[in-house]
Design a protein around this ligand. Structure first.
Ligand code: GLN
Length: 521
């Protein structure tokens, strides 16, 4: 049952093939068996069992709430959850128990979803690997798949202690939780790619909705002008289902749009004849691996063969997006992080010779060096003498980046087709050779500009790489046109027919057969 999609398991629940309680137990068991993946910071076993019990009663009475009733879901640990610890994977919020639910969490629960737990991430969502949080790095479930192991054995790289693979980030826990079949959907957040990047590396679907479509109330902010709640699922249809639950104006988030959207369900038969697919030429970026490039070109051919018009387009200012993002992100981080002072939330230093020393030591002890570095850069960009040179200029460049997209879409292009990441997932030991900023600059190259422009984008797994790890592509759509974007994405998903993960879960999971030596070969 756990390998089904959300849609499929919903039918299985309604038809009585499994009960919400059984489903919840199965997921909890799998969470325990896959603990080494480190996808969850907190497993909310008791809450989940109670919610599953209630869902079961509703089902037995014949009054299920909707498409999420009884469905196990997970939530990234930067969404506030009432009475459940919410840490952002940071020392400074350890022990913080919010008194309220984020709007999106309320919406999931009001639809009867069963909360399995809070997922692991980079501290305050600053990163692209899920390697930089206080609870330790998340491991990619694909590194424990039959497919990956077979490749290691075939290439003679199979050692007793294999190098394990990162999930991408910063919502790596959510992506791993969905990929390892421990839940059917998870919430991530996406500021520069944090939902799409780990989705791409973990072989699941990752949707970043239009800015303003889904409430940010209760999502602990990273960059308020770019943050959006993201959705991770095992199919495009499932992402559409969850979006249908989450979207809508929220009086508690003044940036949510009022009348922007109609709810939709995706058609079963999709035709892409005469739609126009744009291929941004600037996305042929240095470092793009040959196999991602070949999947990208193959995808363009697939669309063309089906009657779509594939055209090369230009987004000339995209090349500045990494630098521009750095200035805007750190400036917003500097002001957002000011609230963590040891008085109201989480950690407080015992060094308290004066209030100022207490603030300083709390922040020194509470934040990792990535967060501290961003606060320092951001404050530098915001200094009176630097403000125009950096912050205002970056805002102008952001506008140019957004206008590039507007021009392309107004020339008749329906969606853009791009890679999501430069390559498949790196091994942990290689990934951490670079610092957080360099890694983010590389990893987010194809994803950041959609956040700057507020556009919806979805990552779809397409194939396995030579290392038998997922390779994914991204479709970027027009503002509030999620229905068109996901309809095309669904068609594409049907064409690529991505291989299901064959997780090798046993008591000795994580260990591989011994490498053949000269004497045993
Ligand atoms: N990697 C980017 C950063 O570190 C984006 C993170 C995100 O989307 N939350 O800022």
């Amino acid at each position: 049952m756990l390998g089904l999609t959300l849609r499929e398991v919903c039918v299985a629940l309604r038809e009585g093939h499994i009960s919400p309680k059984e489903l919840c137990h199965q997921c909890l068991n799998l969470i325990k068996k896959t603990k080494f993946i480190n996808a969850y910071i907190t497993v909310t076993e008791e809450v989940a069992l109670k919610q599953a019990e209630k869902a079961e009663k509703r089902l037995l009475k014949g009054e299920p709430l909707g498409p999420l009733d009884g469905i196990p879901v997970a939530v990234k640990d930067n969404f506030s959850t009432a009475n459940i610890e919410t840490t952002c994977a940071s020392q400074i919020l350890k022990g913080y128990i919010p008194p309220f639910n984020a709007t999106v969490v309320n919406k999931l629960l009001n639809q009867g979803a069963v909360l399995m737990g809070k997922t692991n991430m980079d501290e305050f969502a600053m990163g692209s690997g899920s390697t930089d949080g206080i609870f330790g790095p998340v491991r990619n479930p694909w590194g424990y798949s039959r497919q990956y192991k077979e490749k290691l054995i075939a290439t003679g790289q199979c050692t007793e202690e294999p190098d394990w693979v990162i999930t991408g980030g910063s919502s790596g826990g959510s992506a791993a939780a969905v990929a390892a079949l421990t839940c059917f959907a998870a919430l991530g957040s996406d500021t520069g790619g944090s939902t799409r990047n780990p989705a791409a590396h973990c072989g699941v679907v990752g949707l970043k909705p239009t800015y303003g479509l889904v409430s940010r109330h209760g999502l602990i902010p990273l960059v308020n002008s770019m943050d959006v709640p993201g959705i991770l699922t095992r199919s495009v249809d499932d992402a559409a289902t969850v979006l249908g639950v989450l979207y809508g104006h929220d009086p508690k988030d003044s940036t949510t749009a009022e009348h922007s959207f109609e709810s939709f369900s995706l058609p079963d038969e999709v035709n892409v004849k005469n739609i126009s697919i744009g291929i941004p030429k600037e996305y042929h970026a240095p470092g793009l691996s040959a196999e991602v490039l070949s999947q990208w070109m193959k995808a363009a051919d697939t669309f063309e063969r089906a009657g779509a018009r594939v055209v090369e387009v230009s987004l000339p200012h995209t090349q500045h997006s990494i630098v521009c993002y750095h200035v805007l992100c750190t400036a917003e981080v500097a002001s957002n992080m000011a609230r963590f002072d040891g008085l109201e939330y989480g950690h407080r230093s015992t060094v308290d010779s004066s209030t100022e020393t207490m603030y300083a030591s709390t922040r020194h002890e509470g934040f990792n060096d990535v967060v501290r570095g961003r606060i320092l850069s951001g404050n530098f960009f915001l200094l009176k003498q630097n403000y125009d040179r950096y912050f205002v200029k970056a805002q102008k460049v952001r506008r140019l980046i957004a206008e590039d997209f507007i021009k392309v879409f107004s020339s008749g292009v329906d969606v853009l087709l791009t890679p999501t990441t430069l390559s498949d997932a790196a091994c942990y030991k290689d990934f951490i050779k670079e610092d957080n900023r360099t890694r983010s600059a590389q990893e987010d190259i194809f994803t950041q500009s959609a956040n700057m422009a507020g556009l919806p984008a979805v990552s779809i797994p397409v194939a396995l790489s030579a290392r038998n790890l997922p390779v994914s592509l991204q479709l970027i759509g027009q503002r509030f046109r999620e229905e068109d974007l996901l309809t095309i994405a669904k068609w594409f998903e049907q064409q690529v027919n991505f291989e299901a993960i064959d997780l090798q879960i046993s008591d000795n999971i994580g260990t591989l057969p011994k490498k053949k030596t000269a004497s045993t070969a």
